[in-house]
Write a protein that binds this ligand. Sequence first.
Ligand code: ADP
Length: 325
Amino acid sequence: NQKIAILCSGGDVSGMNPALKRFVEYAYARNLQPYFVRNGYEGLIDNHIVPADYHDVAGIITRGGTKIGSARSLRFKEASYRAVAAENLRSHGIDRLIVLGGDGSFRGMERFYHETGIAFCGIPSTIDNDINGTDYCLGVDTALGVIKDAIDQIRDTASSFHRAFVIETMGRDCGYLTLISAITSGAELCLIPELPVDIDDFKGCFQSQIAKGRDYFIAVVSEALDSKKVAEWFEKELGFESRVSVLGHIQRGGNPSVYDRLMAFKFVTYAIDALLEGKNHSIICYNKSHFNFKTIDEVALHPYRLDEELLNLAREQFLPTRCQM
Ligand code: ADP
């Protein structure tokens, strides 16, 4: 039997476990022996590479995180350790690998491929949705659901206590999670790196809203910005008692959404098919409802940018000039 392995690298996301389940089932269906690599590239170097069976993935579809562990690996950045990793894979007879991770992980794999000839297919997996070249990364939908629930619950308190709540969301420099969450939870204020505004320009509008009876505010702010300063602004400029709520790592976990389960299923199916068809170093992307394969340069050379349609929504909803008095 030909062999194929899977690993998770970088931040975990909900959707990795459903992907592992599909991986084992579809590998067997295609007459391949599936292997798990534990803890990302660390496991490649330390030879934590084990055959996978149906019972390993029984019952994991409902769980966030990843059963086989994930890691960042400083050692994998060194050629000598990558050579060890290749030796380990070869000792098991494995020459194909599926990698769930971000663009850093794919860049590492691309080097590995050129050095060793071991083929890989990358599946974009990060809740930040900040990988250039794909509209969707595994885990984003579940994270958005977690944030929605959190903001809905915070709103209950905000409205009862007449406070301003400043909710800080993940995404590094990318405002995707923040913007979608702000729109879909009906926030009054959304601050993202892609749409710089002067918060003082909201003062008149918010004062007029208060005069008409508004007695709480929800602001959603990217982690790249200063949420504490925003809370202080509400206190100082509007006289509103305010609180910061940093959602943090709860955003990464949780029961995978239906959409992430389905996307995991599809990503893995395409990845295995691609490797069997001889695509040796590609990343599966999802654009305008279609899957396609891209090179590392198409995916990782340019930084991610929010698409124009989303930015227009952001401008329409969250520029001070559009604030509804
Ligand atoms: P992400 O995949 O989410 O972008 P990182 O950038 O942290 O996360 O990369 C994950 C891992 O990929 C790193 O810990 C490292 O082992 C490997 N990696 C990243 N860039 C390179 C590189 N240029 N060469 C070799 N390995 C790399």
